[in-house]
Design a protein around this ligand. Structure first.
Ligand code: ARG
Ligand code: ZN
Length: 457
């Protein structure tokens, strides 16, 4: 009603209608437009904060959740989607406190507000849901999402696991802050990203509250549960929070202490560590087969080697703070983290960067490996294949050899600072490299990133 009056008044004094007022309300798109995962993410709004209240008991294997999501409409919306698998049942949805209509199909939760949302409007959605969560199997055959272990959950969500346990805008371009309130049986620990705020045990259950104040892509969220030993200490300048599976306790004695030297070295090369706390989760989950750089708190399926620790900590700058805009650009994560492993091995005196490069480059020219250009891996099944990691890292070394150490590390530091907490793509990295070095680098990046075949040196 008010809106109609405003429209009439605007027409009367013959001001041009702003597009926000003139725009017909439309449904938000069911995907963010990423060709590798077309249904992932949603259009028409921007999520700013998630407040997730979860209860989980590994015995009955039931999750009950309340997701409070603060968002802003980026267009006039007649309805919009959140991503949530339909094996979890949504019990109610409210929008700004009023019940909204909803339906679930596939991985889309479609929400229709009572009245349309004008462009620019801040709104808050509350979704109540529950059920037995199930992980997904990725195009590369890996488990992803809410992954059961013998004592709880290994929760890793790259590239599409987030939809298996909470509703959201699950494409990496929509970062948000998070607060987690997780209640588990008192024999278990629930560990998430960011800072531990409180831990309260009442009767047979413990509630953990975690706060993640820096913006985060949903594939980097974790809420992992197990019989963990939780430590929260200051080491060097860092707040280090670790959770170690009690079965791994012996081999994980100095796990917390091992973080500071790696972070100090990377800070000296890439700029300040971007998050308010660090640490990691060492779970006993050999069936998972990979580690993940969950923001501020990587998760490992065993106690990590020095090299794996360096890989996941380097991702905190490259992947977590600076995040790609499309899955196709994943080499910006994996190539950089692999190169950082080479740097850490060199720093430790284990192997020089040059010899890591030489070993990777020694693959025969007719090896399948050279057929996948890292900046165009060809589809979601290849996201985490060797070329993305090793040829991505080789690309950085080729760049370093071409522009020299000073420009090279300036490029990395500028990349980390200019895109801190944001998203950036391969084209932006090439442009930055040319700007900082003052060199024309098309031929180099073309050969290393975009063309199949073994680049010559
Ligand atoms: N980003 C992780 C790492 O390099 C790997 C994630 C693998 N995920 C998968 N679904 N295959 O540490
Ligand atoms: Zn990685």
């Amino acid at each position: 009603m008010k809106r109609l009056l405003a429209l009439a008044a605007a027409a009367f004094i013959s001001l041009p209608l702003t597009p926000a007022i003139a725009q017909e309300a439309q449904p938000g798109t069911p995907g963010a437009g990423d060709p590798y995962f077309p249904d992932q993410g949603n259009g028409g709004y921007d999520a700013g904060h998630y407040d997730l209240t979860l209860g989980y008991d590994p015995g009955p294997d039931r999750l009950a959740g309340v997701a409070r999501i603060s968002a802003r409409a980026t267009q006039a919306l007649s309805r919009f989607d959140l991503d949530l698998v339909s094996t979890l049942s949504v019990r109610s949805v409210t929008l700004d406190g009023r019940p909204a209509t909803f339906s679930q199909s596939g991985s889309e939760l479609v929400i229709t507000p009572r009245s349309t949302l004008p462009a620019g409007r801040d709104f808050s959605v509350i979704v109540q849901y529950d059920g037995k969560p199930e992980h997904v199997v990725d195009p590369d055959g890996s488990m992803d999402g809410w992954i059961r272990t013998n004592d709880g959950v290994f929760n890793a969500n790259e590239p599409q696991g987030a939809m298996t346990w909470y509703p959201g805008n699950h494409h990496m371009t929509d970062k948000a802050t998070y607060r987690f309130t997780v209640t588990v049986p008192r024999s278990r620990v629930a560990v998430a990203n960011g800072d531990l705020v409180s831990k309260v045990t009442k009767d047979e259950r413990t509630t953990y509250v975690w706060n993640s104040r820096e913006p985060m892509a949903s594939y980097l969220v974790t809420v992992s549960i197990g019989k963990f030993q939780l430590t929260d200490t200051r080491v060097g300048g860092y707040r280090v929070i670790t959770a170690v599976d009690s079965k791994l306790a012996d081999s994980a004695k100095n796990f917390a202490e091992r973080h500071a030297p790696v972070l100090d070295y990377f800070s000296s090369l890439f700029g300040p560590y971007p998050f308010s706390s660090t640490g990691g989760i060492a779970d006993d989950a050999p069936e998972v087969g990979y580690a993940l750089e969950s923001q501020s708190r990587p998760i490992y399926p065993h106690v990590p080697s020095e090299s794996l620790l360096a890989h996941e900590l380097a991702h905190q700058w490259f992947g977590d703070s600076v995040t790609p805009t499309l899955w196709r650009d994943i080499w910006l994560n994996e190539g950089f983290a692999t190169y950082a492993q080479w740097l850490w091995a060199d720093k430790q005196g284990t192997r020089t960067v040059q010899s890591s490069f030489d070993a990777a480059y020694a693959r025969a020219a007719d090896d399948e490996f050279w057929q996948t250009p890292p900046a165009d891996p060809g589809g979601p099944a290849n996201l985490f294949h060797d070329p993305v990691y090793d040829r991505g890292a080789m690309t950085l070394h080729a760049l370093r050899r071409t522009v020299g150490d000073e420009s090279f590390f300036k490029i990395l530091r500028t990349w980390a600072s200019e895109h801190k907490y944001g998203n950036a793509d391969t084209a932006a990295f090439i442009a930055l490299s040319e700007r900082v070095s003052g060199k024309q680098l098309d031929a180099l990046f073309d050969a290393w990133l975009f063309k199949p075949g073994k680049p010559s040196l």
